[in-house]
Design a binder for this molecule. Structure first.
Ligand SMILES: Nc1nc2c(ncn2[C@@H]2O[C@H](COP(=O)(O)OP(=O)(O)OP(=O)(O)O)[C@@H](O)[C@H]2O)c(=O)[nH]1
Ligand SMILES: [Mg+2]
Length: 303
């Protein structure tokens, strides 16, 4: 076959499009994104509502390119930040060609997920249901009972983003719903997010790992300086923003031990992501308005 003919054939069968990763908080959306990309892009934590933004991950395969959109978990909540998170979910529904709705395997299909499915149907978007964490919850959810909608999928896929079980089958099923199209992004591109933004996220992950209870939800990370001018190290200075002075005291900790612990974890994550030594300086700063002001949320990189 001539070169141009094989290229035309490939163009006829190549698929590329946006795949929304949707579902409740803590279902494993970000873990699935990282597993599919074979590299850590989105931060993960055992606490719900970790992801605060839409994150594009480009998965380039032999005959398809999937543009994976990680999203915050859909939840009920008040305030500018929660509104912004749910609007981000709406945006992913609007922009995706197909959605993967993750079900929390413990709770199966809840009202919020049902609402998500209905929203997808109203938007005319095909979707697949997938129960995550099958390594620890082996009992299959047999059918999407209770999803009394016209176009409901007939089965629930099962997978584990931790072991990889069922992940390939899931992707093969998704690809069928992605439009025939040449690749929409350059092959070597991983994401549309700047490195500096991902670094802020890595620091936020260390915050989630190091602090108990509610405090991580009152915090944001603001990178002040990202200096790559030296070949042997990257220098990062960042603010850990808290809403109240009482939180500042807890985060700083006795004799600065709290912020030091966050710094040690964050540096390890950053070094593994950047593949280079990182000099990291963290400051804890009170900023009562960061989660209340739309302008401030925007400055901090929330959609
Ligand atoms: N055992 C097991 N744990 C998993 C699996 N996938 C994710 N987890 C864990 O579940 C927790 C939540 O995972 P995330 O990927 O942060 O979940 P998420 O849906 O992105 O959560 P939000 O960003 O808060 O909406 C983390 O502790 C993960 O390690 C899995 O396949 N098996
Ligand atoms: Mg997440």
């Amino acid at each position: 076959m001539s070169d141009s003919k094989s290229k035309t054939l490939m163009a006829d069968s190549h698929r590329s499009g946006f795949v929304g990763l949707l579902g409740p908080p803590n279902a494993g959306k970000s873990t699935l994104l990282n597993r599919l990309l074979g590299q850590k892009l989105a931060i993960v934590s055992p606490k719900p509502q970790t992801t605060r933004s839409r994150i594009l991950g480009v998965l380039t395969r032999a005959n398809s390119q999937l543009l994976l959109l990680d999203s915050p978990g859909r939840h009920v909540g008040k305030g500018s930040l929660n509104r912004s998170l749910n609007e981000t979910v709406d945006g992913v529904i609007r922009d995706c060609d197909v959605a993967l709705v993750l079900l929390d395997p413990v709770r199966a299909l809840e009202d919020l997920q049902r609402e998500l499915c209905l929203q997808l149907e109203r938007a005319g978007k095909p979707y697949l249901l997938a129960a995550s964490k099958c390594d620890v919850f082996p009992r299959p959810i047999e059918s999407p009972e209770g999803l009394a909608t016209a176009d409901r999928p007939t089965r629930v896929h099962r997978f584990s983003a931790l072991t990889g079980e069922g992940v390939n089958e899931l992707i093969e099923a998704v690809v069928n719903y992605v439009p025939v199209s040449p690749p929409l992004y350059p092959e070597d591109e991983l994401t549309d997010r700047p490195v500096r933004w991902i670094c802020a996220e890595m620091i936020r992950e260390a915050v989630f790992e190091s602090l108990q209870r509610e405090i991580p939800y009152s915090m944001a990370v603001e990178v002040l300086e990202f200096d790559e001018s030296r070949t042997d190290r990257v220098r990062i200075r960042a603010n850990l923003l808290v809403e109240r002075n009482s939180q500042k005291r807890i985060v700083v900790g006795r004799g600065g031990q709290g912020v030091k612990r966050i710094g040690i974890r964050a540096r390890a994550g950053l070094q593994s992501f950047l593949g280079i030594r990182v000099d990291l300086q963290l400051f804890v700063k009170e900023d009562a308005k960061w989660a209340k002001s739309v302008r401030r949320l925007h400055e901090l990189g929330y959609d």
